[in-house]
Structures are given as structure tokens and as C-alpha cells.
Design a protein around this ligand. Structure first.
Ligand SMILES: [Zn+2]
Length: 108
């Protein structure tokens, strides 16, 4: 379990603070060192691109997901929605994430 982060790539999360509060999406990328992640359609930022005819790039404004701090998102439980995560050790020592509300295992 890398760097003690509870949220991983491809998790379904909801933004719980900031400009995109309430938005839900899939985690596209996690940056454990910076404790931030990219959420599908979350924190969209505009990036200006210069035209580069030799590479067939027309230039203009490109929209792209921007990083969101990990404390601003919550993992989504399919039964109760955004939730806190608890960890439980299964027989054999494997750690799993469970929903703090209903106890459902959140790991596939
Ligand atoms: Zn739950």
C-alpha cells in the first residue's frame, strides 16, 4: 500500500470541498508525494497551446483535469455514497479498505 494513501487510481470518488464540491468521478492519476490526484472531469483547467504546424497542432485552449488535494475528496461507497475509509486486516494479513458507515469492503 503505497505511502499510506487510502485512495488509488481508478477509485470512484466525490469532491467534498472546493470549487468542484459534489462532483464525482474516477481517479485518473495519484501523486502520492504531493498528496493530490486527478479526478475525471474534476478541477478542469484551461491550458493554452501554441500552434505547431509541423506537428499538426492547431493551438488554442485545451481543457484538462487539474490536481485536487487528497483531503478534498472522499471515496464513494456504492451503498452509502461518499464515506470515510477504515482499514481491516483480513486473515492472512492482507489489508482491505472498508466503508466506515456500512462495513462493506471497498476493494475489488
Ligand atoms: Zn458503505
Amino acid at each position: 500500500m503505497g505511502a499510506g494513501l487510502n485512495i488509488r487510481k481508478n477509485d470512484q470518488v466525490q469532491v467534498i470541498a472546493g470549487r468542484d464540491k459534489g462532483k464525482a468521478g474516477r481517479v485518473l492519476e495519484v501523486e502520492p508525494e504531493k498528496k493530490r490526484l486527478d479526478v475525471e472531469h474534476g478541477n478542469m483547467i484551461k491550458r493554452h497551446t501554441r500552434p505547431n504546424p509541423s506537428k499538426q497542432i492547431r493551438g488554442g485552449i485545451l481543457e484538462k483535469e487539474g490536481p485536487i488535494h487528497i483531503s478534498n475528496v472522499a471515496l464513494v461507497c456504492s451503498d452509502c455514497g461518499p464515506t470515510r475509509i477504515q482499514r481491516r486486516e483480513k486473515e492472512g494479513g492482507q489489508k482491505v479498505r472498508i466503508c466506515a458507515k456500512c462495513g462493506k469492503t471497498l476493494d475489488a
